[in-house]
Design a protein around this ligand. Structure first.
Ligand code: PRT
Ligand code: ZN
Length: 291
């Protein structure tokens, strides 16, 4: 396989981002064999190869040019960027891997500040940035894992760790003090190494990823309404551009409105549409979308 004719992406081998990363490629029509034990896999239907690694290695693999792209949590990326100057472009926030970096304290903790305390974390740079910005003087204890048990072990008074559901905090008798950072997975890229030969493949790859994300958020809505209510109905459609208006057979007043809504359609919106005279409302998922 010619490295100059194919793009290479670094994905997490196994962990919280793996399944969603593979799923994203699959939805973009890029097949990667899942069953294989190989850490390096070629797509048979797109000029893309996948390198499976630990998530912590992804930013450096991209910055060094070993891989053209990567998918990694912004927590890992920003933590590293605070200590190294990395040549990395953030192409796109993906809609998975969401979590928060929080400060948490034991349930019985009653003070309203963290000054002079010991805080355990695997994210010393993000924590230091927050402490400096808020003029908090605390000691940072760096731990690579099991941060949540540090207060019980007497190693720290508080922790700074990632939280998704909050179950782990609760199980360890910790409570949220404050959130310092919001994270999600990002598609990242080395902006300097895509050669002219690979430019076309890279553009096509990015367009497909964008299309998948747009299609996921968007819905196709169809409804009937009286022509006189057209303006108030269109005003309620979230993110709709240029709806299609069709006349209904046998009626001069009634029309059908079809539109692509680029934002989530909530039940509340459907209720409001009914209130302004819409009927026969259908909301359909969009599988693919290219603009
Ligand atoms: O082996 P490798 O180094 O690749 O994996 P890893 O163990 O370092 O990472 P992994 O798979 O745990 O997480 C990969 C990325 O997923 C993180 O860098 C985040 O961007 C994102 N992510 C999303 C999370 C969580 N949600 C999450 N909940 N990363 C970690 N957690 C931890 C959290 O710290 C807590 O200890 O999961 C535990 C459960 O969380 P609760 O709040 O749901 O109980
Ligand atoms: Zn990791």
């Amino acid at each position: 396989m010619d490295r100059n004719q194919r793009i290479r992406i670094a994905l997490q081998k196994s962990g919280r981002l793996s399944e969603d990363s593979f799923d994203l490629l699959e939805r973009a029509g890029i097949t990667i064999r899942k069953q294989s034990q190989q850490l390096f896999r070629h797509s048979p239907n797109f000029a893309l190869d996948v390198l499976l690694v630990r998530d912590d290695d992804i930013p450096n693999l991209v910055a060094s040019g070993q891989c053209d792209y990567g998918i990694v949590g912004s927590n890992v990326l920003d933590e590293l960027c605070l200590e190294q100057d990395l040549t990395i472009e953030r192409i796109q926030a993906l809609d998975f891997g969401s979590c928060k970096l929080v400060l948490a304290v034991p349930e019985h903790f009653s003070a309203d500040h963290l000054n002079h305390l010991r805080i355990a974390t695997s994210y010393p740079n993000l924590l230091k940035k927050f402490l400096d910005q808020n003029q908090i003087k605390a000691e940072i204890i760096v731990l690579q894992g099991s941060v949540e048990i540090a207060p019980r072990l007497g190693i720290a008074d508080a922790i700074c760790d990632l939280v998704a559901t909050g179950t782990t905090l609760e199980a360890n008798h910790l409570k949220l003090f404050t959130t310092i950072y919001q994270s999600q997975a990002y598609l990242i890229k080395n902006p300097t190494i895509i050669t002219v030969k690979k430019q076309f493949i890279a553009e096509s790859f990015e367009k497909r990823i964008q299309s998948v994300l747009q299609a996921r958020e968007s819905k196709y809505i169809m409804l009937h309404a009286e022509r006189k209510n057209l303006a108030s109905i269109v005003a309620l459609l979230p993110g709709a551009e240029h709806p299609t208006i069709l006349s209904l057979e046998g009626s001069n007043e009634k029309i059908a409105i079809h539109a692509v809504c680029r934002e989530t359609i909530f039940w509340e919106t459907l209720e409001q549409l009914k209130q302004v005279g819409a009927s026969s409302i259908l909301v359909l998922p969009i599988e693919k979308m290219m603009r």
